[in-house]
Design a protein around this ligand. Structure first.
Ligand SMILES: [Mn+2]
Length: 335
């Protein structure tokens, strides 16, 4: 049995043996994180877990009355990776993206980007955290035929060329394009244009969104650079849908087709993938079966109530035929 993590593509990794513990969307909830981390450490010591898989959105507390301990969680994951090596796998969620690219992520009135950016600047751990985010895979497939991702399947990924683009995604490529534009154009004029577009002075936006100190800060142009990088059509057409799909809420009954297509794409040169596990959406209880092959798992933030949250334990080396086969592996850390 191969107990190795294989990086077949930069953003599509593979596991062939061992027991995996899957946890979704902790969103800065330290208490939940601590419970799951301690459970993994205990299970691993007993030989009952080999892999910890965090499926993204570790950061950004949504409840404004609760403390946001996003950065402490990320730093603790780095420490865990230093102790356990590749056994601790962190997949990219849509909430990690604004910090890779430097854009403002909002939902209604709420702006998520500023608090974590301020924490990054204050902690002086920015380079470490951003390097981690930049390296995160989007999909983890297993010999069991269970693929893990942040959100689910999305229509653009049903085209094989798009799927391959996502599996090979490079954030750096988008920044190279942005840097080329900035090298050949008047950067001050670009900043002015960006300010006009947003109807707010550039300096004030850079300070507020990205915790930049002022024009002398080496990161002063990062907001502009992130805007130019994310203007690459592939960002909106591929990357964002891949990590932000609303699944059946967005595609209704067509979702089953896109799910089927994604399962097929991620099976390339590997064991056939039959079931998808993802979080990302708020549900009643701690899990839900969607489109017959998608297990939606909510470990904390997206579970209703939070204490209904579950983690999933399964053997990545044992073939799973149906989503229902995973249900006995759902466990709680709240009792
Ligand atoms: Mn999400």
């Amino acid at each position: 049995m191969n107990f190795m993590l294989t990086k077949h593509f930069p953003r599509l990794w593979s596991l062939e043996a061992g027991l995996a513990m899957v946890v979704t969307d902790l969103h800065g909830d330290w208490d939940a994180y601590r419970r799951y981390r301690d459970r993994f450490v205990a299970l691993r010591a007993k030989g009952q877990a080999d892999w910890l898989v965090l499926t993204g959105d570790l950061i950004h507390r949504e409840k404004l009355n609760e403390p946001d301990r996003s950065l402490e969680i990320v730093m603790d994951v780095l420490a865990l990776q230093a102790s356990y090596g590749p056994a601790v796998i962190y997949l990219c969620g849509n909430h990690e993206l604004p910090h890779i690219y430097g854009f403002n992520l909002t939902k209604g009135e709420q702006s998520y980007t500023p608090a974590f950016e301020a924490a990054l600047t204050n902690s002086q751990q920015r380079a470490k955290v951003i390097a981690l985010f930049d390296s995160l895979p989007f999909y983890l497939r297993t010999r069991a035929g269970v693929v893990l991702t942040h959100a689910g399947a999305a229509a653009p990924l049903a085209h094989p060329q798009n799927a391959v683009k996502i599996f090979n995604w490079s954030h750096r490529r988008l920044f190279e394009r942005a840097d080329q534009m900035m090298a050949t154009e008047d950067v001050a004029a670009l900043r002015t244009g960006y300010a006009k577009l947003n109807q707010m002075p550039y300096e004030a936006m850079a300070q507020y969104y990205l915790a930049v100190s002022g024009p002398d800060d080496p990161r002063y142009n990062d907001l502009l650079r992130g805007f130019l990088a994310t203007s690459d059509p592939a960002f909106e057409q591929l990357l964002w849908p891949a990590l932000f799909t609303r699944c059946e809420q967005e595609y209704s009954s067509d979702y089953a087709i896109f799910l089927e297509a994604l399962l097929q794409e991620v099976s390339q040169n590997f064991y056939s993938q039959r079931v998808l596990v993802a979080g990302h959406m708020t549900i009643k209880g701690g899990y839900q079966i969607v489109a017959r092959r998608h297990l939606r798992l909510a470990s904390a933030h997206h579970a209703t109530p939070r204490e209904a949250g579950r983690y999933l334990l399964f053997d990545v080396g044992q073939a799973v035929q149906r989503v229902e086969d995973l249900l006995p592996g759902l466990e709680s850390v709240y009792q």
